[in-house]
Design a protein around this ligand. Structure first.
Ligand SMILES: [Zn+2]
Length: 315
C-alpha cells in the first residue's frame, strides 16, 4: 500500500472484509467447513430449544475464502453478515469517519403506525414508500429515559441518523468546541415534559452530493425496483397500492470504506450529514459523518455506544 504523507494525496484504505456466518449445528454447511479444516465457534445445545447455532468468522484474505464463498451461496439464505475490519492506523489517519451506534434503545413516540414520523418531521417532501425526505420540525418524543446507562451516546430504534447525548457527552463536546451541532432535549411522551438526561445532537449541515456509489446497491423508489423480488416474498400483497417518488437510496452494506468526494468537505464543520440516503424497504436515513477531532474527543473521554469507520476521500 502506498501511503503518502502529502496532505493533498487521498489515502487509499485497504480494509479486511469479514464475513460472519451463523447456521444451525445440523446444517450440512458445517460438514463442508470441517472438511476445509476451518475453526468455528460451536453453539451451545443445552439451551431450552436445543438449537445450537455455530458461528464462523472468516476474512476474504484467507486462502479458504473462495471455497467458503461458494458454500455460502449454496447454504446461506440468511445468517450471513459482512463487516469491515479497519486497522487502528486507518482509523487514526482518517480525516472523516462514519458514525454509527452499537445498539438501539427504545422507540420514537408515538410508535403506533409510525406516528412519530408526522409528529417529528415536516412530511411535505417525505415519501412513506421509501422513507426519504422528512425534515425534523419538533423534538423527538421518547417513552422513558434511555436505558444502557454505560453508553454516553445512544440511538433510538428506527432512526439511524440521530444520536442522543447524555449530559456528560453533551458538555464534553461543547467544551471541546465541536462544530456543526446544536442540542435539543427530547420530550418524555406521556409526561409531556423535556427530558433532562439526554439531548439530541442535531446535525446542522448537509454535504453537497458527494458519494461515490461504486460497489453500493442502489434502490430506486419505483414499482418493481431492485428490491422488488425480495419484498414480494416477505409481503406479497402490499406492493400494488404504494405510490413512488422516484428517488434513489443505497443499501448500507459496503465492502471497504464509503467513498466521498473530498472537495465536498471543504469548510465543513466537525459533524455533517450526507446528501445521499441509505436504507432498504420503507427506511431511509442519511449518514452521519464526523471529523477525526470528534472521534478523538470520544476516545479521550472514554464514551461508549458508537462505532467509527473511516471515509475514503476521492477526487
Ligand atoms: Zn419514495
Amino acid at each position: 500500500m502506498n501511503r503518502s504523507s502529502d496532505p493533498e494525496e487521498p489515502d487509499q484504505i485497504n480494509v479486511k472484509i469479514k464475513h460472519r456466518i451463523a447456521l444451525r449445528d445440523d446444517d450440512r454447511f458445517w460438514l463442508e467447513i470441517d472438511r476445509l479444516g476451518l475453526h468455528y465457534d460451536r453453539g451451545d445445545s443445552n439451551n431450552v430449544l436445543r438449537l445450537a447455532i455455530n458461528v464462523l468468522n472468516v476474512t476474504e484474505d484467507q486462502p479458504e475464502w473462495p471455497e467458503v464463498e461458494r458454500l455460502v451461496a449454496i447454504f446461506c439464505s440468511g445468517g450471513h453478515s459482512v463487516s469491515n475490519l479497519f486497522t487502528k492506523a486507518e482509523l487514526d489517519t482518517a480525516k472523516w469517519l462514519h458514525l454509527s451506534a452499537l445498539g438501539h434503545h427504545g422507540y420514537p413516540q408515538p410508535e403506533e403506525n409510525f406516528g412519530y414520523q408526522e409528529a417529528t418531521y415536516d412530511v411535505r417532501e417525505f415519501c412513506p414508500t421509501c422513507g426519504i425526505g422528512g425534515t425534523q420540525k419538533a423534538p423527538f418524543r421518547i417513552r422513558t429515559e434511555f436505558k444502557a446507562s454505560r453508553s454516553q451516546i445512544v440511538q433510538l430504534n428506527w432512526v439511524f441518523d440521530e444520536f442522543f447525548l447524555r449530559n456528560q457527552a453533551r458538555e464534553g463536546l461543547r467544551s471541546a468546541g465541536i462544530t456543526g451541532i446544536r442540542y435539543l432535549a427530547p420530550m418524555l411522551h406521556k409526561a409531556n415534559r423535556q427530558c433532562e438526561r439526554v439531548a439530541q445532537m442535531v446535525v446542522k449541515v448537509e454535504l453537497p452530493p458527494a458519494l461515490d456509489p461504486v460497489g453500493l446497491q442502489p434502490v430506486t423508489c419505483k414499482a418493481e425496483n431492485e428490491e422488488w423480488q425480495a419484498m414480494q416474498r416477505r409481503r406479497p400483497f402490499e406492493s400494488e397500492k404504494l405510490s413512488h417518488c422516484g428517488r434513489l437510496k443505497y443499501h448500507y452494506t459496503h465492502k471497504g470504506p464509503y467513498r466521498f468526494d473530498g472537495d465536498a468537505f471543504a469548510g465543513a464543520p466537525d459533524v455533517v450529514k450526507s446528501h445521499e440516503w441509505f436504507g432498504s424497504g420503507a427506511s431511509a436515513h442519511r449518514l452521519v459523518i464526523v471529523s477525526q477531532r470528534f472521534r478523538q474527543t470520544v476516545i479521550a473521554s472514554n464514551w461508549r455506544g458508537v462505532l467509527f469507520e473511516p471515509i475514503e476521500l476521492v477526487k
